[in-house]
Design a protein around this ligand. Structure first.
Ligand SMILES: [Zn+2]
Length: 75
């Protein structure tokens, strides 16, 4: 997927997440790096675990920027 298309998808998903109170913070609490640099929140037994930050972190960060720009420096 081209970077531009991926960024558009992330922005659209972030718009939806931003509409749910607390959703961005919940995603950021769950999707944290493990010791190997992979995402704990995306871990599944039947497929490889993505590197952190995963796409859900990108979506949550973008949503957090929309809802509370002053907090984005914490992530
Ligand atoms: Zn994740």
């Amino acid at each position: 997927m081209p970077d531009e298309t991926r960024d558009d998808c992330i922005r659209e998903a972030a718009r939806l997440v931003a509409g749910q109170a607390g959703a961005a913070e919940l995603l950021l609490d769950i999707h944290v790096a493990d010791r190997s640099g992979r995402c704990r929140g995306c871990r599944q037994h039947d497929r490889p675990t993505p590197l952190w930050p995963c796409v859900l972190v990108a979506i949550a960060r973008c949503a957090a920027e929309r809802t509370n720009p002053s907090r984005t420096t914490l992530w």
